[in-house]
Design a protein around this ligand. Structure first.
Ligand SMILES: C[S@@+](CC[C@H](N)C(=O)[O-])C[C@H]1O[C@@H](n2cnc3c(N)ncnc32)[C@H](O)[C@@H]1O
Length: 285
């Protein structure tokens, strides 16, 4: 059994072990298990915008600017979008889409002529590549918390020098998203990002928290306290609603800072319906 493949117990139990070629082939090389391949064009635009705004220097400084998109799903669309967004900014960018399901890899390869992105079978071991950046979106939600933690460790260990792993989830249309950035030493930040006009309150994003946090959003835990503080700041900024929901979000973010929450990154990101907080402030104790 693969190192991080202990997740998705119910699905694994229901799979006919010998009759499933996807599972068998995936196991031979890659760590993890195939899961539902749901994806959509433009679904990952929020995390991609954040990558463009914050990670281009990391890629430009790298001797080999290699990016891995792990678990691209039933179509290659979000991987190709990632390459199209970062490509103009990073000379010599290489993008590899990894998928644990070999049938999905074969299907994508058959329809790419000429190939802009390299698509390969791979799992949490990152197919032995040493990327500067890994985007793993909507992959770990279907694993249990312990397996997801092991997957973080495995992927972080596979990063190249100065590399970053960005692991998160979003809704089907990419309007609500949350992600964690990690380097080889562990998690650094949690980012929340939303189409603010669709939110009743910031804690609506709780449903999109990464696996490492979602079960810890209960009273007494740091991530719950953070979301409660954000909701309170949002309520206090209700008067700004007439100027638009993003003004209200921005005022609420400023109130979080004033209240001592360690938001990091440029404050202009707030206008995009985004906030990034230090991991240490929300980490499960
Ligand atoms: C829900 S899709 C996400 C697709 C795309 N990343 C997105 O966010 O729209 C999850 C994909 O991750 C793949 N997957 C699950 N575990 C994996 C692993 N350990 N390594 C590589 N791919 C994996 C599944 O087979 C599935 O195709």
């Amino acid at each position: 059994m693969s190192e991080a493949g202990g997740g998705d117990h119910k699905r694994r139990a229901s799979l006919p072990r010998k009759a499933n070629p996807r599972l068998a082939a995936g196991r031979a090389r890659a760590l993890g298990l195939p899961t539902r391949g749901t994806t959509n064009a433009n679904r990952l635009r929020r995390v991609d915008r954040w990558l463009l705004a914050t990670q281009v220097p990391r890629l430009r400084d790298a001797a080999r600017p290699l990016v891995v998109d792990l678990g691209y799903g039933s179509s290659a669309v979000t991987t190709l979008e990632l390459a199209d967004r970062l490509g103009p900014e990073v000379h010599g960018l290489e993008v590899v889409g990894l998928e644990i399901d070999p049938l999905r890899v074969a299907a994508v390869r058959a329809h790419r002529d000429p190939p802009r992105v390299d698509f390969r079978v791979g799992g949490f071991e990152l197919a032995g590549l040493r990327p500067v950046l890994v985007r793993a979106f909507n992959v770990l939600r279907q694993y249990d918390e312990e397996s997801a933690a092991r997957a973080w460790t495995t992927m972080s260990a596979g990063l190249g020098p100065g590399g970053l792993l960005v692991e998160g989830t979003c809704d089907e249309w990419g309007r609500r998203a949350a992600w964690v950035a990690l380097d080889a030493d562990g998690p650094l930040t949690l980012t929340l990002s939303a189409r603010v006009a669709d939110l009743d309150r910031p804690s609506d994003l709780a449903e999109r928290l990464p696996k490492a946090l979602i079960h810890h959003n209960v009273p007494g835990r740091p991530v719950h306290a953070f979301l409660q503080a954000f909701d309170a700041a949002w309520a206090a900024a209700a008067g700004l609603s007439t100027f638009g929901p993003r003004q209200r979000w921005t005022a609420a973010a400023q109130a979080l800072v004033d209240g001592g929450w360690p938001l990091v990154g440029a404050t202009r990101r707030w206008r995009h319906g985004e906030v990034t907080v230090r991991w240490s402030a929300v980490a499960p104790s």
